[in-house]
Design a protein around this ligand. Structure first.
Ligand SMILES: [Zn+2]
Length: 281
């Protein structure tokens, strides 16, 4: 979820004091007006000095796409992927997947595993349905350069990216899950160099092609629209860890709607795929 207060704070040279913000805003309005009127750019004596411009962020992040091979003729093929970031498990989604026998790929963090032993048992009891993959140790964006993504501080160094990836895998193996082959970092954004690093650790990186729930923040009807837009070969991302959000209701209904359309559901491990930005082969 974008955290605008955090990004404002980053740009706020006065550390958030409301009075100073007011003075800064006044100075900005004055200078903007002065420039428009081709007046001298410097405010007269007595006005607060403008702070130096915040340096523009030069951290270029990539949000990779992923598709699976199309079925071509016949039923469209779609890969459902769910992130279990932290917190709880949404029974509306989990029960639908189990009851309808819908295969899916679930990305789990070490954080989520610690607090959801019962849901993990359900996943492990259905190896024919669920592929479990690595969503990291602490849900920290896998970016090796200091920055924030939606207000969340990134790992910030190659060592911290390695820890996030390895810590996730270690927790999975300790919980009885097979060695993961896919990684999807928190926020699904990376730097070019962190993509290369994670690939070097033996992982494919799971982008997506349809954003099903926008971080579990969409109303149910919007989720249903997103899912209904999925076509042959699409990889849908949604969240399975927000049982109190309306989005989960839309996800459950959408899974049934896709099934009714005759969609062939596939997991990432079962089908050739193509990711961009060097995320797969
Ligand atoms: Zn997540």
């Amino acid at each position: 979820m974008p955290d605008f207060s955090a990004s404002f704070h980053l740009l706020d040279p006065f550390g958030g004091c409301p009075m100073n913000r007011f003075l800064l805003a006044s100075a900005f309005v004055f200078v903007a007006g002065a420039a428009f009127a081709a007046q001298p750019e410097q405010p007269p004596a007595g006005w607060p000095k403008l702070p130096p411009k915040a340096p523009a962020s030069n951290v270029k992040l990539v949000e990779p796409h992923l598709r699976v091979d199309r079925a071509g003729k016949g039923a469209p093929r779609i890969a459902l992927t769910f992130d279990a970031c932290m917190g709880k498990t949404d029974p509306r989604i989990l029960d639908t997947l189990v009851d309808q026998r819908i295969p899916a790929t679930i990305f789990v963090t070490a954080r989520w595993l610690r607090t959801n032993p019962d849901a993990l048992k359900v996943f492990l009891a259905h190896p024919d349905l669920f592929e479990l993959e690595n969503h990291g140790q602490n849900h920290i964006p896998a970016v090796d350069i200091p920055t924030k993504v939606y207000g969340i501080p990134a790992a910030g160094s190659p060592e911290a990216v390695a820890q996030e990836v390895k810590g996730g895998a270690d927790a999975m193996i300790a919980a009885g899950i097979p060695q993961p082959r896919w990684f999807r970092g928190a926020t699904a954004k990376y730097s070019r160099s962190s993509i290369e690093q994670i690939r070097g650790m033996g992982y494919r990186i799971a982008g997506y092609s349809v954003n099903g729930d926008s971080g579990s923040l969409l109303p149910a009807k919007m989720v249903e629209k997103q899912y209904a837009s999925a076509k042959d070969g699409d990889v849908i991302i949604s969240h399975i860890n927000q049982p109190t959000h309306a989005a989960g209701e839309g996800v459950a209904a959408s899974i049934l709607a896709l099934k009714a359309k005759g969609v062939q559901f596939v997991r990432l491990q079962d089908i050739p795929e193509k990711g961009d930005a060097g995320t797969t082969n």
